[in-house]
Design a protein around this ligand. Structure first.
Ligand code: GN1
Ligand code: MG
Length: 374
């Protein structure tokens, strides 16, 4: 019996474990799907994760945040009464037999389990416009359910997450250590992309400091892989991966969702010259988003959507590239140049967004007008 299986057995399960298999494609934590012989979970199984404590240094705070937000959402869903009739699910933390929320094994690894969303799965890339619309709906629905959860009630599980100027500082620090990477046109391209955009990279933080944007509760990682689609209806039924739910800007979420969902080739295509930001998909996502987010979005929120899409894409390129320079200590990699290639993909996507600024801004303006009038 392997180690993961032994950990899985410590959770409070009425049935026998049938299988423990690696699940998903996460870049940080190790994720397993545990299948049980009883239908105690609607899906007959649950998700078990080993939290990467190099990244999340206080994993107990993640579990505490998850409790806070699932209780908040469940409470709202129960009181919705005549509200949206669509199915919506939120993963909840599963207790261990001794009643605690997590396990620290003898090696010091931190494990937690969450319920599985039944009859639903996610996709690594966007499938079509209907899928994109559902992704937008999911983000709006999630944010709207959390729009009255005071961010002060949540811990900061990952300090500095999505604060782009801090990623620039990290990049500068790595560069000062003179990293041992081979010089190449690809590496020079990445340095140039960063140098040309660093003045602008504080755009969201400046808007926050000036009071134009307000800190709310965010998901932090609403990429297409984390959006669950119902197998029966094709509708979005939830967002998973709640580790980075914490105080932040809704713009980080909007930008991250669009950078991921409008790139049909995904984060690791073999030919990055074909990487393109599809504005038809962007329209579909934002249309789905505003059907549920219209209630809490301000005009300023709309004003910064274009910058947020461009910035979150650029930021992920900067984060991948800095990790490549630092010796690949943050993201899991499959081969030595993986983070460099991931960075180039995000930078190509950034250029594609910039080349279509006018079209993207006009989609946003049209939706703003539709919702808020002149
Ligand atoms: C990481 O581990 P995963 O795949 O859920 C990262 C996100 C990135 C994403 C890119 C905590 O998420 O910010 O957008 O990779 N999560 C963290 O695929 O850094
Ligand atoms: Mg994640």
């Amino acid at each position: 019996m392997n180690k993961v299986w032994r950990v899985a057995e410590q959770f409070a399960l009425p049935g026998e474990i049938l299988a423990v298999e690696p699940h998903g494609d996460g870049n940080i934590n190790d994720t397993y799907l545990v299948t049980t012989d009883q239908q105690f979970q609607p899906a007959g199984g649950f998700i078990l994760q080993r939290i990467n404590t190099h990244v999340f240094q206080s994993p107990k705070l993640i579990v505490a945040n998850m409790r806070t937000l699932t209780e908040h959402i469940q409470g709202k869903l129960e009181h919705e009464g005549n509200g949206p009739t669509r199915r919506w699910a939120v993963p909840s933390i599963l207790p261990i037999q001794q009643g605690d929320d997590f396990i620290v094994d003898p090696q010091g690894d931190f494990w937690r389990a969450t319920s599985f969303i039944d009859r639903a799965h996610s996709y690594g890339t966007v499938q079509n416009e209907a899928h994109a619309r559902e992704a937008g709906y999911a983000l709006g629905r999630f944010q709207s359910l959390l729009s009255d959860l005071d961010p002060e009630n949540l811990h900061d599980t990952l300090a500095g997450f999505h604060i782009t100027p801090l990623y620039l500082l990290k990049y500068d620090q790595v560069m000062r250590r003179k990293p041992h990477v081979k010089d190449s046109p690809d590496v020079r391209y990445c340095h140039r992309m960063i140098a040309e955009r660093r003045q602008w990279a504080s755009v969201l933080e400046d808007a926050k400091d000036q009071g134009a944007l307000q800190v709310r509760t965010m998901h932090g990682d609403p990429k297409i892989d984390n959006i669950m689609i119902c197998e029966d209806s094709g509708q979005a039924v939830g967002i998973v991966d709640l580790d980075t739910v914490k105080p932040g800007l809704v713009q980080y979420d909007i930008g991250d969702c669009l950078r991921s969902s409008c790139n049909p080739l995904g984060e690791s295509p073999s030919n990055w010259d074909d990487v393109c930001f599809e504005t038809g998909l962007a329209r579909a996502i934002l249309e789905g988003y505003v059907t549920v987010a219209g209630d809490f979005l301000t005009r300023n929120d709309f004003a910064y959507i274009y910058d947020s899409i461009r910035l979150m894409t650029f930021e992920l390129g900067l984060r991948f590239f800095s990790d490549y320079l630092a010796g690949n200590i943050y993201y899991k990699i499959k081969y030595p140049e993986h983070n460099l290639e991931r960075a180039i993909v995000q930078f190509k996507l950034t250029e594609s967004i910039e080349a279509q600024e006018r079209t993207i801004r006009s989609i946003i303006a049209e939706l703003d007008l539709r919702l808020n009038g002149t």
